[in-house]
Ligand binder design. Sequence first.
Ligand code: NAD
Length: 485
Amino acid sequence: MANNLPIKIQNYIDGSWVPSSNSNTFSRENPANPEQIVFVAPNSTSEDTNRAVEAAHAAFAPWSRTPAPVRGDLLYKFTALLEAEKEEIASIITQEQGKTRREALGEIDKTIREVRYTAGEASRLNGETLPSERPGIDVRTVRVPKGVIAAISPWNFPIVTPLRKIAPALATGNTVVFKPASVTAATAAKIVELFEKAGLPKGVLNLVIGSGREVGTPLISHPLVKGITFTGSTEVGSMIYRLAAERIVQVQLEMGGKNAAIIYDYKDLQSAVDQMVPAAFAATGQRCTSISRIIVERPLMPELVARLKDKCQAYVIGDGLEDQTTLGPVISEDHMKTVERYVKIGLEEGATLVCGGNRVDSASGGYFFEPTIFSNVKSDMRIAKEEIFGPVLVVTPVDQFEEAIQIANDSEYGLAGACFTNNMELAQQFVEQVQSGMLHVNNGTISESHVPFGGLKHSAVGPYSIGTTAKDFFTDLKVIYSGSR
Ligand code: NAD
């Protein structure tokens, strides 16, 4: 457990831990126990942001000339340090973000696997050799880093999402200004501390903590920033896309989701339920790839809903630091009010509340909310269309598989999707016709550490992160024609 709360956090600019230029700070409460202050951090300004970008710019030339496998070695060193401190970091994640310790440890293990893969990628920054149309000419391509990368991350996965940006940026020779979500700044500072311990040269990775308006906007607008990798809401992502277009800067945007699972012509309903419930409620439903809609053939709905309800009722809601807890709080009081508002909307729209729907009173006053299921949900209801980003699952009955596909696609988002069926023709139809970046057949929505991760429609823009595709964002391509005389 992280002792000595509150943790005092600073920015990290040009290899030094510093307060914000105006010395302003903010504090973050534990969402499971709001009276406990987890950290106090700088409320930074555009001046801090500019200094960080300038430091990253100055560090770019030497870092980009460091041999790529040596940059990879530094990432391996980082993973060894993370492995050694994972118990402490898991406690920090649970205390500032709310997810259970088991979930926090799972997130750290996934981070380690992803960063190890990325460290290896540093030695695989291959180009191509091509035949020339002319004698005596060699044609080849090389990958070159972009320069200063802005890495902006959300609060729901405070370690894996930042590393999904920082690790490939560093491996490919870029330097980074990292702006985490304010509420998870303690994990962000820990990430940077581990890179400092691993021996990363000054200026290569900089941390600026503060609001989207005071830090995020000046960061993405800075003329020395040459690439923006962002994970967060579609609303903010779309604003970033507009600003980046004005400067003609490349973006990698990973945004919202309203992910559907179809259950049709499927015998083992319990197996689907056992995979769908964690896919819906892990991290208290605050995952971009959460299953938030189930579309089921009408005759199966009563039995499916009964089984979903049974499984939900087994959740133990509470402080994620306690061993028995399986469902932590939502991120904030405001977010709990948003989830409550959607429950009210669902009831007003005429959906059937199967279970949950209420905040949970506790002695600590934590932001606890019951796992909630609505059935008889029509596809045009707001609870079926809008990203709630909380522990709410909606079930829509259909009469034909084609209708299930049409409803799955009737969304502005296209991140993940699942289909449970024993009919291979339907499985093929699902894979061919559902407009989502990651599709799962007879499988939850778990993504793997070496496989491209991304989405379609309003869920993503730019090359997928992780896997072989990450370098398509973090490097530019040069084509070289060499004559022999
Ligand atoms: P958010 O969009 O509110 O914030 C994300 C980050 O953007 C934060 O660091 C925030 O401070 C920053 N930001 C806010 N305004 C900004 C501005 N004007 N300029 C620059 N930066 C700004 O999202 P959130 O509430 O932190 O996270 C939840 C959202 O993230 C959900 O929509 C979820 O689906 C999405 N998400 C997507 C993925 C994915 O991989 N597709 C993963 C995790 C979360």
